[in-house]
Design a protein around this ligand. Structure first.
Ligand code: BGC
Length: 721
């Protein structure tokens, strides 16, 4: 179909039918989803009738080949013109084969791995009948109190943009219409959802436009540049106006300035939430504002459904605006080939063959080994197979390591840590005790754990957060592990055995009580379906940890937000002639995070030498080459993420003390040296000026190369323009 048939189709729709295309309802409203379309209970109280359902344009949270085929068939029969439903779902880090959470994937610094994870998620979900995934979430984050930091790849705008592209490539492939193993991607949450005040979910966001353009917008833009088909609005305000009603954000920036032609969908209930936000007195006003601002699909509330018709009749909304929105939705259906193949990839046989296939599980294991970050290791790891290991703690035998956004993942089919460890050595060498619950502990549990630990050579302490302790609506003000687990850790010290803490959680934590007690700390995040196997690969040294943090671990929550690309201030710490007191600092804790951005250890060490720059002067036509020699100075092969940062020392606007510009992930054999070389161009030095112009400044710059944002070697150059 070209656009003309779609326009002809649009012309055949009544106003009610058009408005129906703008509504998205959850799966239980539809016949064939196990409910027979019976609208009862809370669904009925939403005022949704069967008549409304038959006009509805899209469904949320439906999956399973049989169910989606049945629902589509039933819907197309009821819908007067047989317009197929769009099937959307949150396939965030895997469909049933669950990959590590996105923050963990971020720590792999591996774009191919990220792309592959999205490709597999798309293959499984599309076989189960899904058309659109509400992913990638690319919100930049600086506050680990926010539970949703696990859904993003971290605190750096450049890296988030690279991951955004990789995920979109993986989901969408090159030809959505014919490649039925792919999904359309919906980038979210537009905009700046990650900057909620105090790390509290859904909270106010207020920042300068410059700040937003500089740090928060680039990743959404990168996803769109890579072809993401949809955008989801955020729950928060942006400059005082809720995103779902923010015309500047959607019509002026997204559509006009960026030229986005795809579908904009509200987040769940966000149109109606303009009422409690206080910018709409009632549903009609909320509908009017959202439509004028450019929301095409209203998710799960019915302001459009109940009020757009009267708004058109009263002249407050031009029908042409509705037509534009409907056409975009029809175009997406066409792009996905739904008019020719309404079931698209849904195929029970294929679903059975590929979902959780050995190949997919293997890929999940592989990515999980790349995503864990070794934070500390005082010569305890790797374990050797002769050692007796006491695996203790609430995550020793626990399948709840998939993360909060894995609604289709099965905890029962997840490899637990204890099983991963037992697969590496004679099972009799693996002892275990519960030690504590996640938030509770008894004296008996502690005593039993201590007794078990005394019989072992080494303790593997499996700690973490319950999956409900992060994710949506999972903000926490105290980001230490629960007291019960700190108590267990302290008590086990009395066993006098080397102790390895393995952490299963969804955010950077305040690790006091863990990092200062344990001899080694491995941050495993929520590692997914193959989590226990992947962690065991790392603990026994079958794989060498290579993950590097993409979000700083604070020293204490009082530092938050703490991120590597901060400003220096006029009174930085550490200047030799500064008065000791009157500098920008805390009196009671360091300014620096406990573990900085880019940080991570492995079982070998790397030396950096001979940093060099091809010239002291860069011009617009003359990029520079920065080189450094990296040597594997240890005794096993290992991977290193060589990082390049820049600082502008005489910008018009104050620039961060460091900004990541490039990186290389390299693998070196023991004793091997590689020269790593980066090209640095004038374009990479551009930023948003006071007048929002995106340009570079002539003048002095520092360039840094090193293993993380803290441990670097510095060179200088000048940009001449
Ligand atoms: C979340 C979105 C999600 C949507 C649909 C919302 O509550 O904020 O990220 O895609 O629900 O499930």
């Amino acid at each position: 179909m070209t656009d003309q048939p779609l326009i002809d189709l649009l012309k055949k729709l009544t106003l009610e039918e058009k408005i129906g295309q703008l509504l998205q309802l959850a799966a239980p409203f539809f016949e064939g989803t196990g409910t027979d379309g019976q609208i009862t209970g809370p669904m009925a109280s939403m005022g949704i009738t069967e008549d409304i359902v038959k006009h509805t344009g899209s469904v949320l949270g439906l999956s399973g080949a049989k169910e989606t085929i049945a629902a589509q068939q039933a819907h197309m029969k009821k819908n007067r013109l047989g317009i197929p439903l769009l099937v959307m779902a949150d396939i965030i880090h895997g469909y049933k084969t669950i990959f590590p959470v996105p923050l963990a994937i971020g720590c792999s610094w591996d774009m191919e791995a990220a792309e592959r994870s999205a490709e597999i998620a798309a293959a499984e979900a599309s076989a189960a009948g899904v058309h659109v995934t509400f992913s990638p979430m690319v919100d930049l984050v600086r506050d680990p109190r926010w539970g949703r930091v696990m859904e993003t790849t971290g605190e750096d705008a450049y890296l988030n943009g690279e991951f955004a592209r990789a995920f979109v490539r993986g989901y969408q492939g090159k030809d959505l219409k014919h490649d039925l193993t792919r999904l359309a991607a919906c980038v979210k949450h537009f905009a700046a959802y990650g900057a909620g005040e105090g790390g509290r979910d859904y909270n106010t966001v207020d920042m300068s436009e410059r700040q937003m353009r500089e740090y928060y917008l680039p990743a959404y833009q990168a996803a769109l540049d890579e072809g993401a088909e949809l955008v989801m609005t955020a729950f928060n305000t942006v400059d005082g106006i809720p995103a779902a009603g923010n015309k500047r954000l959607m019509r002026d920036l997204l559509r006009q300035e960026w030229g986005f032609q795809g579908v904009v969908i509200s987040d769940w209930g966000a149109v109606k939430e303009m009422i409690p936000h206080g910018v709409a007195a009632d549903e009609a006003e909320a509908a009017c504002k959202a439509m004028l601002a450019g929301v095409d699909i209203e998710m799960m509330t019915t302001c459009y459904e109940n009020h757009l018709k009267e708004l058109v009749e009263s002249g407050e909304i031009e029908e042409a605006l509705i037509d534009e929105a409907v056409l975009r939705i029809l175009q997406l259906k066409q792009k996905l080939g739904l008019f020719d193949r309404p079931f698209r990839g849904a195929d029970p046989d294929r679903e059975r063959d590929i979902v959780m296939s050995a190949e997919h599980r293997q890929a999940a294991r592989e990515i999980a080994t790349k995503s864990c970050v070794l934070l500390k290791n005082d010569s305890v790891l790797p374990l050797n197979r002769e050692q007796k290991v006491a695996v203790i703690g609430p995550f020793a035998q626990n399948g709840d390591i998939l993360g909060p956004w894995s609604w289709l993942g099965s905890k029962d089919e997840t490899v637990q840590l204890i099983d991963g460890l037992k697969s590496k050595t004679d099972a009799s060498r693996i002892l275990t005790a519960e030690g504590s619950g996640i938030e509770t502990v008894t004296e008996e549990q502690l005593e039993e754990a201590l007794r078990t630990a005394r019989h072992a050579d080494v303790i593997v302490l499996a700690l973490g957060e319950h999956s409900d302790m992060s994710g949506e609506a999972g903000s926490r003000a105290d980001i230490r592990l629960p007291q019960a687990q700190l108590k267990l850790t302290a008590r086990l010290k009395a066993a006098g055995k080397p102790m390895v803490a393995v952490l299963f959680n969804g955010r950077p934590l305040d690790l006091h009580g863990i990092y200062d007690v344990a001899d080694a700390v491995l941050e495993a995040w929520y590692p997914g379906t193959e989590g226990g196997a992947a962690v065991a690969d790392l603990l026994y040294g079958d794989r060498n940890p290579s993950g590097r943090l993409t979000m700083s671990f604070p020293f204490a929550v009082g530092q938050v937000p703490v991120y590597y690309n901060h400003f220096n201030t006029g009174r930085p710490q550490g200047v030799p002639d500064a008065q000791v007191r009157y500098v920008s600092q805390y009196l009671d804790i360091p300014n620096e995070p406990l573990y900085p951005f880019g940080y991570g250890l492995g079982y070998t060490t790397f030396g950096y030498s001979n940093p060099a720059i091809s010239s002291g002067v860069m011009t617009v036509d003359q990029p520079l080459t920065v080189t450094v020699h990296v040597t594997n100075t240890g005794s096993v092969a290992g991977e290193e993420v060589v990082q390049l940062y820049v600082r502008d020392l005489s910008g018009e606007v104050v620039r961060p003390v460091k900004e990541l510009k490039d990186f290389r992930k390299i693998k070196l054999q023991p004793g091997e040296t590689q020269e790593v070389s980066f090209q640095l161009t004038e374009e990479q030095l551009r930023y948003h000026h006071a007048d929002l112009a995106f340009a570079s400044d002539a003048g002095k710059f520092s360039v840094f190369v090193g293993a993380n944002s803290r441990d670097v070697q510095e060179l200088e150059f000048r940009l001449d323009k």
